[in-house]
Design a binder for this molecule. Structure first.
Ligand code: RFL
Ligand code: PHB
Length: 389
């Protein structure tokens, strides 16, 4: 098979990119290792920035998000008994959209047939070839047969563990990494949220987050040691811990219920550079990871896709390679801003095992400053809604 752009990975980045390219008449094919149900079974991000919402609007795939998503105009930082509200609407005149990654991915998946976006699921042994030159190709096994797709560009949207990033030689690339000593233990349950807005809590026993997917579905997290055994966490133990860490006001409103999903995600900051090498571009988790504290992972995938789709459309429509040439530099500038915000909020809201009284005093001083300074709150709000693309 021959196409203009071969996209590897049908997560949110790959599907968004595929739809944006199809909307501009660029030929593309998406190849995915898993089944659609497997992809939808991964419970991940919950907060969408403007860039992600606006790409869905541009595609005309925003109807369900507009009907079922929850626009939020503020969120809260809790420190012990104190609650600091960040009024994002008042501070920066914008809002964020609470709508799960699963739902966004489902909307993108369901539009594939009608929009003529071909996605090949259950492709095994995907391998990239000749990415240095201008005639790269991808091989894989599908239904027992070896297949080959020739393309002008390959875009790796295959997440942190996919093969795309590894196709860029270490002699021309650099990795930046920080691994945190904890993971987030998440629970999804069909119970009403304890608060109408998100609460990020820094408690002496550790971090907690109260989030939601809808008025009847809640998502909560606590941080746990990175090597924690999830079997140690019965639903009851997790609800008890959330009630302590989120503080008495939220605890009074927690409705308990059985977990629909419960898992531990490790926390990591990671950037791979460059994000383009020859005819291969990387988007989303394939190129970078942020700790989830800033709710940036999915949104950063969306901004990469925005830049990549503009660059590739320009290339195929006007024969102009400038956008492709500059893709890595452009995308990385925004990646580093999101990395900084996610890292600083992680440091502010978690108790690190090596921290002593000095580090805790710095957290308290910073939270005091945020509580009393509109300038600090504005800086947090403008990062939370997403810096301009
Ligand atoms: P994805 O979603 O990982 O999709 C990559 C797709 O590529 C496929 N793939 C392959 N396909 C073909 N051949 C191969 N060899 C392949 N290897 C992999 C995979 O099956 C998959 O379908 O990456 P993408 O599209 O870049 O999207 C990024 C977001 O998913 C990610 O940034 C966020 O979900 C990060 N993240 C969170 N972000 C938030 O903003 N808030 C959260 O609460 C949040 N929770 C999370 C998360 C990431 C997690 N991971 C990665 C473990 C929780 C978890 C558990
Ligand atoms: C979520 O709802 O899963 C969520 C919300 C905000 C975050 C991380 C995760 O910062």
């Amino acid at each position: 098979m021959r196409t203009q752009v071969c996209i590897i990975g049908a997560g949110p980045a790959g599907l968004l990119l595929g739809h944006l390219l199809r909307a501009e008449g660029v030929e593309c094919v998406v190849i995915e290792r898993q089944t659609p149900d497997y992809v939808l079974g991964r419970i991940r991000a919950g907060v969408l920035e403007n860039i992600t919402v606006s790409l869905m609007e541009r595609l005309g795939l925003d109807a369900r998000m507009k009907a079922e998503g929850l626009p939020h105009d503020g969120f809260n930082l809790a420190d012990g008994e104190r609650l600091i509200r960040i009024d994002i609407a008042e501070l920066v005149g914008q809002e964020v959209m609470v709508y799960g990654q699963t739902e966004l991915t489902r909307d993108l998946m369901e539009a594939c047939e009608e929009r003529g976006l071909e996605v090949i699921y259950q492709a095994a042994d995907v391998a990239l070839h000749d990415v240095d030159g201008d005639a790269p190709f991808v091989t894989y096994i599908h239904e027992g047969a070896q297949q080959r797709i020739d393309a002008r560009f390959i875009v790796g949207c295959d997440g942190f563990h996919g093969p795309s990033r590894k196709a860029i030689p270490s002699s021309v690339s650099q990795e930046f990494e920080r691994v945190y000593p904890f993971g987030w233990l998440g629970i999804l349950a069909d119970v009403p949220p304890c608060n109408h807005e998100l609460i990020y809590a820094n408690h002496e026993r550790g971090f907690a987050l109260a989030s939601m997917r809808s008025p009847t579905r809640s998502r909560y997290y606590v941080d746990v040691p990175v090597d924690e055994d999830i079997r140690e966490w019965s639903d009851d133990r997790l609800w008890d811990e959330l009630a302590i860490r989120l503080g008495p006001a939220a605890a009074a409103n927690i409705t308990r219920g059985p977990a629909i999903e419960k898992s531990i995600a490790p926390l990591r900051s990671y950037v791979f550079a460059p994000m383009r090498h020859g005819s291969l571009m990387l988007c989303g988790d394939a190129a970078h990871i942020v700790p989830p504290t800033g709710a940036k992972g999915l949104n950063l995938a969306a901004s990469d896709v925005h830049y990549a789709s503009e660059a590739l459309t320009r290339y195929f429509k006007t024969n102009d390679p400038a956008g492709v040439s500059r893709y890595s530099e452009t995308a990385l500038a925004r990646v580093w801003q999101s990395e900084r915000f996610s890292w600083s909020l992680t440091k502010l809201m978690h108790r690190f095992p090596d921290d002593g009284p000095f580090e805790r005093a710095m957290q308290v001083a910073e939270l005091d400053y945020i509580a009393n300074s509109r300038a600090m709150q504005t800086a947090i709000a403008e990062n939370y809604v997403g810096l301009p693309v």
